[in-house]
Design a protein around this ligand. Structure first.
Ligand SMILES: [Zn+2]
Length: 270
Protein backbone atom coordinates (compact mmCIF):
# COMPACT_ATOMS: atom_id res chain seq x y z
CA UNK A 1 0.00 0.00 0.00
CA UNK A 2 1.58 3.30 -1.02
CA UNK A 3 2.39 5.51 1.98
CA UNK A 4 3.82 9.04 2.07
CA UNK A 5 7.24 8.30 0.47
CA UNK A 6 5.71 6.27 -2.35
CA UNK A 7 3.04 8.87 -3.16
CA UNK A 8 5.66 11.64 -2.91
CA UNK A 9 7.80 9.74 -5.45
CA UNK A 10 4.84 9.30 -7.80
CA UNK A 11 3.89 12.97 -7.50
CA UNK A 12 7.46 14.08 -8.29
CA UNK A 13 7.43 11.80 -11.33
CA UNK A 14 4.17 13.36 -12.50
CA UNK A 15 5.58 16.85 -11.92
CA UNK A 16 8.38 16.06 -14.36
CA UNK A 17 6.24 14.23 -16.93
CA UNK A 18 2.79 15.78 -17.15
CA UNK A 19 2.77 19.29 -15.64
CA UNK A 20 2.18 21.90 -18.35
CA UNK A 21 0.35 19.48 -20.63
CA UNK A 22 -3.23 19.73 -21.80
CA UNK A 23 -5.67 16.84 -21.45
CA UNK A 24 -6.89 15.90 -24.94
CA UNK A 25 -9.16 12.94 -24.24
CA UNK A 26 -10.38 10.95 -21.25
CA UNK A 27 -11.54 7.37 -21.21
CA UNK A 28 -13.30 5.92 -18.15
CA UNK A 29 -13.46 2.14 -18.32
CA UNK A 30 -14.78 1.53 -14.80
CA UNK A 31 -17.14 4.36 -13.74
CA UNK A 32 -16.89 3.75 -9.97
CA UNK A 33 -13.18 4.66 -10.15
CA UNK A 34 -13.82 8.19 -11.51
CA UNK A 35 -15.88 10.51 -9.29
CA UNK A 36 -17.03 14.06 -10.01
CA UNK A 37 -19.08 16.71 -8.16
CA UNK A 38 -22.86 16.55 -8.51
CA UNK A 39 -23.91 17.88 -11.91
CA UNK A 40 -20.43 17.49 -13.42
CA UNK A 41 -19.41 14.72 -15.78
CA UNK A 42 -15.90 13.45 -15.15
CA UNK A 43 -14.56 12.96 -18.67
CA UNK A 44 -16.08 16.00 -20.45
CA UNK A 45 -15.05 18.27 -17.57
CA UNK A 46 -11.41 17.20 -17.91
CA UNK A 47 -11.02 17.47 -21.65
CA UNK A 48 -9.25 20.73 -22.51
CA UNK A 49 -7.92 21.28 -18.99
CA UNK A 50 -4.22 21.96 -18.56
CA UNK A 51 -2.32 20.27 -15.70
CA UNK A 52 -0.53 23.06 -13.84
CA UNK A 53 0.86 21.31 -10.78
CA UNK A 54 1.43 18.02 -9.01
CA UNK A 55 1.22 17.79 -5.21
CA UNK A 56 0.88 15.27 -2.42
CA UNK A 57 -1.46 15.56 0.56
CA UNK A 58 -1.15 12.62 2.95
CA UNK A 59 -1.40 9.53 0.78
CA UNK A 60 -3.26 11.38 -2.01
CA UNK A 61 -1.75 12.45 -5.32
CA UNK A 62 -3.24 15.77 -6.43
CA UNK A 63 -3.03 17.17 -9.95
CA UNK A 64 -3.81 20.90 -10.06
CA UNK A 65 -5.76 22.01 -13.12
CA UNK A 66 -5.79 25.42 -14.82
CA UNK A 67 -9.46 25.96 -13.94
CA UNK A 68 -8.67 25.64 -10.23
CA UNK A 69 -10.23 22.21 -10.06
CA UNK A 70 -8.09 19.36 -8.77
CA UNK A 71 -7.84 15.72 -9.71
CA UNK A 72 -7.32 13.84 -6.46
CA UNK A 73 -6.22 10.22 -6.62
CA UNK A 74 -6.34 7.76 -3.76
CA UNK A 75 -4.24 4.70 -4.61
CA UNK A 76 -5.38 2.61 -1.63
CA UNK A 77 -3.98 -0.94 -1.89
CA UNK A 78 -2.84 -1.50 -5.46
CA UNK A 79 -3.51 1.75 -7.35
CA UNK A 80 -0.93 3.06 -9.79
CA UNK A 81 -0.52 6.27 -11.76
CA UNK A 82 1.65 5.51 -14.76
CA UNK A 83 2.85 7.78 -17.53
CA UNK A 84 3.55 6.15 -20.86
CA UNK A 85 3.54 6.82 -24.57
CA UNK A 86 0.17 7.07 -26.25
CA UNK A 87 1.15 4.30 -28.65
CA UNK A 88 2.11 1.78 -25.93
CA UNK A 89 -0.14 -1.17 -25.18
CA UNK A 90 -2.67 -0.21 -22.44
CA UNK A 91 -1.22 -0.63 -18.93
CA UNK A 92 -2.76 -3.71 -17.22
CA UNK A 93 -5.89 -3.04 -15.11
CA UNK A 94 -6.25 0.54 -16.37
CA UNK A 95 -9.61 2.01 -15.40
CA UNK A 96 -9.10 5.68 -16.29
CA UNK A 97 -6.91 6.83 -19.14
CA UNK A 98 -5.96 10.45 -19.93
CA UNK A 99 -4.48 11.25 -23.32
CA UNK A 100 -2.17 14.25 -22.99
CA UNK A 101 -0.43 16.69 -25.28
CA UNK A 102 2.94 15.50 -26.50
CA UNK A 103 1.87 11.93 -27.24
CA UNK A 104 1.62 10.85 -23.59
CA UNK A 105 -0.93 8.83 -21.71
CA UNK A 106 -1.57 8.94 -17.95
CA UNK A 107 -3.14 5.69 -16.77
CA UNK A 108 -4.87 5.10 -13.46
CA UNK A 109 -4.61 1.36 -12.96
CA UNK A 110 -5.73 -0.67 -9.97
CA UNK A 111 -5.96 -4.46 -9.84
CA UNK A 112 -8.13 -4.49 -6.70
CA UNK A 113 -10.20 -1.41 -7.68
CA UNK A 114 -10.25 0.14 -4.19
CA UNK A 115 -8.56 3.34 -5.43
CA UNK A 116 -10.46 6.39 -6.67
CA UNK A 117 -9.78 9.36 -8.92
CA UNK A 118 -11.92 12.31 -7.92
CA UNK A 119 -12.47 15.64 -9.61
CA UNK A 120 -12.76 18.34 -6.94
CA UNK A 121 -14.13 21.87 -7.28
CA UNK A 122 -11.79 24.80 -6.42
CA UNK A 123 -13.79 25.69 -3.31
CA UNK A 124 -14.21 22.16 -1.99
CA UNK A 125 -12.32 21.44 1.25
CA UNK A 126 -11.74 17.83 0.26
CA UNK A 127 -8.90 17.35 2.75
CA UNK A 128 -10.53 19.00 5.78
CA UNK A 129 -10.52 15.73 7.74
CA UNK A 130 -6.83 15.08 7.14
CA UNK A 131 -4.27 15.75 9.84
CA UNK A 132 -0.81 17.27 9.99
CA UNK A 133 1.88 16.63 7.37
CA UNK A 134 4.78 14.99 9.24
CA UNK A 135 7.38 16.59 6.94
CA UNK A 136 6.00 20.10 7.51
CA UNK A 137 7.51 22.68 9.87
CA UNK A 138 4.38 22.40 11.99
CA UNK A 139 5.29 18.90 13.13
CA UNK A 140 7.24 20.06 16.18
CA UNK A 141 7.85 18.13 19.42
CA UNK A 142 5.51 20.59 21.18
CA UNK A 143 2.72 20.00 18.70
CA UNK A 144 3.26 16.24 18.82
CA UNK A 145 3.16 16.32 22.62
CA UNK A 146 -0.18 18.14 22.53
CA UNK A 147 -1.54 15.65 20.00
CA UNK A 148 -0.56 12.64 22.13
CA UNK A 149 -1.76 14.13 25.40
CA UNK A 150 -4.52 12.06 26.98
CA UNK A 151 -4.47 9.44 24.19
CA UNK A 152 -5.05 5.96 25.52
CA UNK A 153 -4.73 4.23 22.14
CA UNK A 154 -1.50 2.39 21.39
CA UNK A 155 1.02 4.79 19.87
CA UNK A 156 1.21 2.67 16.74
CA UNK A 157 -2.54 3.03 16.17
CA UNK A 158 -2.20 6.77 16.72
CA UNK A 159 0.53 6.99 14.05
CA UNK A 160 -1.77 5.30 11.51
CA UNK A 161 -4.71 7.66 12.18
CA UNK A 162 -4.88 9.97 9.14
CA UNK A 163 -6.96 12.50 11.11
CA UNK A 164 -3.90 13.15 13.34
CA UNK A 165 -0.83 12.68 11.17
CA UNK A 166 -1.09 11.92 7.46
CA UNK A 167 0.87 9.63 5.18
CA UNK A 168 2.11 7.03 7.68
CA UNK A 169 0.97 3.46 7.10
CA UNK A 170 1.98 0.15 8.60
CA UNK A 171 5.52 0.02 7.19
CA UNK A 172 6.70 3.44 8.36
CA UNK A 173 4.85 3.25 11.69
CA UNK A 174 6.76 0.04 12.54
CA UNK A 175 10.05 1.47 11.32
CA UNK A 176 9.67 4.79 13.18
CA UNK A 177 8.79 3.07 16.47
CA UNK A 178 11.85 0.84 16.14
CA UNK A 179 13.99 3.91 15.37
CA UNK A 180 12.66 5.63 18.49
CA UNK A 181 12.97 2.45 20.65
CA UNK A 182 9.32 2.63 21.64
CA UNK A 183 7.06 -0.38 22.20
CA UNK A 184 4.22 -0.13 19.65
CA UNK A 185 1.52 -0.95 22.22
CA UNK A 186 2.43 1.91 24.60
CA UNK A 187 -0.48 4.33 25.05
CA UNK A 188 0.27 7.72 23.52
CA UNK A 189 -0.20 9.51 26.83
CA UNK A 190 2.43 7.31 28.51
CA UNK A 191 5.31 8.60 26.35
CA UNK A 192 7.88 10.77 28.09
CA UNK A 193 9.09 14.03 26.56
CA UNK A 194 12.38 12.48 25.36
CA UNK A 195 10.45 9.56 23.84
CA UNK A 196 8.09 11.92 22.01
CA UNK A 197 11.06 13.83 20.65
CA UNK A 198 12.76 10.60 19.54
CA UNK A 199 9.59 9.42 17.84
CA UNK A 200 9.05 12.73 16.06
CA UNK A 201 12.64 12.61 14.80
CA UNK A 202 12.34 8.94 13.81
CA UNK A 203 9.15 9.58 11.81
CA UNK A 204 10.78 12.45 9.91
CA UNK A 205 14.00 10.49 9.40
CA UNK A 206 12.43 7.30 8.06
CA UNK A 207 10.10 9.18 5.70
CA UNK A 208 12.94 11.34 4.38
CA UNK A 209 15.25 8.35 3.84
CA UNK A 210 12.49 6.41 2.10
CA UNK A 211 11.78 9.33 -0.25
CA UNK A 212 15.50 9.45 -1.10
CA UNK A 213 15.30 5.80 -2.15
CA UNK A 214 12.04 6.39 -4.06
CA UNK A 215 9.83 4.43 -1.68
CA UNK A 216 9.38 0.83 -0.57
CA UNK A 217 8.30 -1.84 -3.05
CA UNK A 218 7.05 -4.82 -1.10
CA UNK A 219 3.70 -5.61 -2.65
CA UNK A 220 3.35 -3.92 -5.98
CA UNK A 221 4.13 -0.24 -5.64
CA UNK A 222 5.84 1.36 -8.63
CA UNK A 223 6.46 5.02 -9.42
CA UNK A 224 5.01 7.07 -12.30
CA UNK A 225 7.59 5.54 -14.66
CA UNK A 226 6.66 2.01 -13.57
CA UNK A 227 9.91 1.54 -11.58
CA UNK A 228 10.20 -0.09 -8.14
CA UNK A 229 11.55 1.77 -5.10
CA UNK A 230 14.63 0.86 -3.07
CA UNK A 231 13.75 1.24 0.61
CA UNK A 232 12.58 -2.39 1.00
CA UNK A 233 16.29 -3.26 1.36
CA UNK A 234 16.69 -0.86 4.30
CA UNK A 235 13.80 -1.95 6.49
CA UNK A 236 14.82 -2.61 10.10
CA UNK A 237 11.77 -4.54 11.33
CA UNK A 238 8.83 -4.53 8.91
CA UNK A 239 8.28 -8.04 7.53
CA UNK A 240 11.42 -9.37 9.26
CA UNK A 241 10.02 -11.63 12.00
CA UNK A 242 12.68 -14.02 13.30
CA UNK A 243 15.58 -12.07 11.85
CA UNK A 244 18.04 -10.47 14.28
CA UNK A 245 17.48 -6.86 15.33
CA UNK A 246 20.35 -4.82 13.88
CA UNK A 247 20.71 -3.00 17.22
CA UNK A 248 20.63 -5.81 19.80
CA UNK A 249 20.67 -8.99 17.67
CA UNK A 250 17.61 -10.45 19.42
CA UNK A 251 14.95 -11.80 17.03
CA UNK A 252 12.34 -9.40 15.71
CA UNK A 253 8.80 -10.45 16.59
CA UNK A 254 5.46 -10.02 14.86
CA UNK A 255 2.40 -9.33 16.99
CA UNK A 256 -1.03 -7.97 16.10
CA UNK A 257 -2.24 -4.54 17.22
CA UNK A 258 -5.69 -3.39 16.11
CA UNK A 259 -5.80 -6.20 13.52
CA UNK A 260 -2.56 -5.07 11.88
CA UNK A 261 0.65 -7.07 11.81
CA UNK A 262 3.24 -5.24 13.88
CA UNK A 263 6.97 -5.96 13.72
CA UNK A 264 9.21 -4.85 16.57
CA UNK A 265 12.04 -5.78 18.95
CA UNK A 266 11.01 -6.89 22.45
CA UNK A 267 14.47 -6.09 23.77
CA UNK A 268 15.16 -2.57 22.60
CA UNK A 269 11.64 -1.14 22.22
CA UNK A 270 10.26 -0.22 25.63
ZN1 LIG B 1 16.63 -4.83 19.32
Amino acid sequence: MPELPEVETIVRGLEAAVVGRRILAVQVLLPKMALAPVGVQFAPALVGERIVGSRRRGKYAVLLLASGRRLVTSLRMTGRLIVGDEGDAPYPATHVSLRLEGGLRLSFADVRTFGRMRLVEPTEAWDAALGLEPLSRDFTPERFTAMLSGRTTPVKVFLLDQRRLVGIGNIYACEALWGARIRPSRPGKALTSPAIRRLRDAVVDVLARAIELRGTSIDDYVDADGLAGGFQNRLSVYGRAGEPCSRCERPIVRTVIAQRGTWWCRTCQR
